[in-house]
Design a protein around this ligand. Structure first.
Ligand SMILES: Cc1cc2nc3c(=O)[nH]c(=O)nc-3n(C[C@H](O)[C@H](O)[C@H](O)COP(=O)(O)OP(=O)(O)OC[C@H]3O[C@@H](n4cnc5c(N)ncnc54)[C@H](O)[C@@H]3O)c2cc1C
Length: 252
């Protein structure tokens, strides 16, 4: 039997798999996607993440050559907030496509097994002694949704992201009632939602043509507006527009 089965091969799953495999555990990591794959993200790592990855010997490959970042800028029509890491600290700009694939490779190199195209349908639950215990995963192959496989393991890790099937099935998380998202939102509207969740920035990022800040000082964001400010190059992410109100149909 497996020691550990991990749902999701994002950074959380792959880093956990690497550490566990290095410690000698038999690890299977599954993901519905094949890698490399794209992931919606600002593609930036803060200095804390950089330090953490280095401290567990997960540094090299595309990370080592990723452009350094001195801080971040959040700007709107009337306000602009600049945050510099300072003290010689630097973040990194790297696409999730490159980062996640490299982290997964490190897990595999450490001895973890990876299965792509496996959809986690739910936890394998044992309630026989009056206590709910997770004993593994119920999986379905992509494209064969009706057939499921039960994969037992001594330990199960839910690293399946913010919409975790496992967390919801076990009542550990649920969909928030607010803020509600519009089904027809412009793709950039999702970035608006992300920024708006940060304390204190809600007003700044919700106005029309508000911009979410991108990396500075060597940042590598390609799309969007560019401006020069002092000795620093400021690259802004694409405009974040509120989706237009749809006219309501007349009553009656
Ligand atoms: C718009 C946006 C911008 C962001 N920008 C940044 C940023 O610049 N810097 C930063 O540090 N963080 C950023 N984040 C946050 C960052 O994306 C997350 O913190 C990070 O991805 C969490 O990693 P994770 O491994 O927990 O989950 P994920 O990266 O979401 O990985 C989860 C994995 O599980 C898999 N999975 C999910 N469900 C299933 C299932 N049912 N079956 C099988 N596999 C499944 C997915 O395919 C995925 O590979 C941003 C987030 C958003 C939404």
């Amino acid at each position: 039997m497996l020691d550990v089965i991990i749902a999701g091969a994002g950074p959380a799953g792959s880093v956990a798999a690497t550490l566990l495999a290095r410690a000698g555990a038999r690890v299977l990591i599954v993901d519905r996607e094949t890698f490399p794959r794209d992931k919606l993200c600002g593609d930036t790592l803060n200095p804390g993440v950089v330090k953490l990855l280095q401290s567990i010997d997960l540094w090299g490959g595309p990370l080592a050559s990723a452009p350094p970042l001195a801080g971040m800028v959040l700007s709107g029509p009337t306000e602009r907030v600049e945050g510099r890491y300072g003290d010689g600290l630097a973040g990194r700009a790297i696409t999730r496509r490159a980062l996640d694939a490299w982290l997964l490779d490190q897990a595999i190199a450490a001895g973890a097994r990876f299965e792509a195209g496996e959809i986690v349908r739910g936890p394998l639950v044992d309630s026989s002694h009056g206590v709910t215990v997770v004993r593994g995963l119920v999986l379905a192959r992509r494209g064969q949704h009706s057939q499921t496989t039960r994969v037992p393991a001594a330990m199960t890790l839910a690293a399946d992201g913010r919409r975790s099937v496992l967390a919801r099935a076990l009542g550990l998380s649920r969909h928030p009632k607010r803020p509600r998202r519009r089904r027809n939102a412009h793709p950039a509207g999702r970035l608006s939602g992300y920024c708006a969740s940060r304390r204190g920035t809600r007003e700044r990022v919700r106005g029309d043509r508000t911009r979410a800040g991108g990396p500075q000082a060597g940042g590598r964001r390609a799309s969007g507006d560019r401006a020069r400010s002092g000795d620093r190059r400021e690259v802004c992410a694409r405009d974040v527009r509120q989706p237009r109100e749809r006219p309501r149909p007349p009553r009656g």
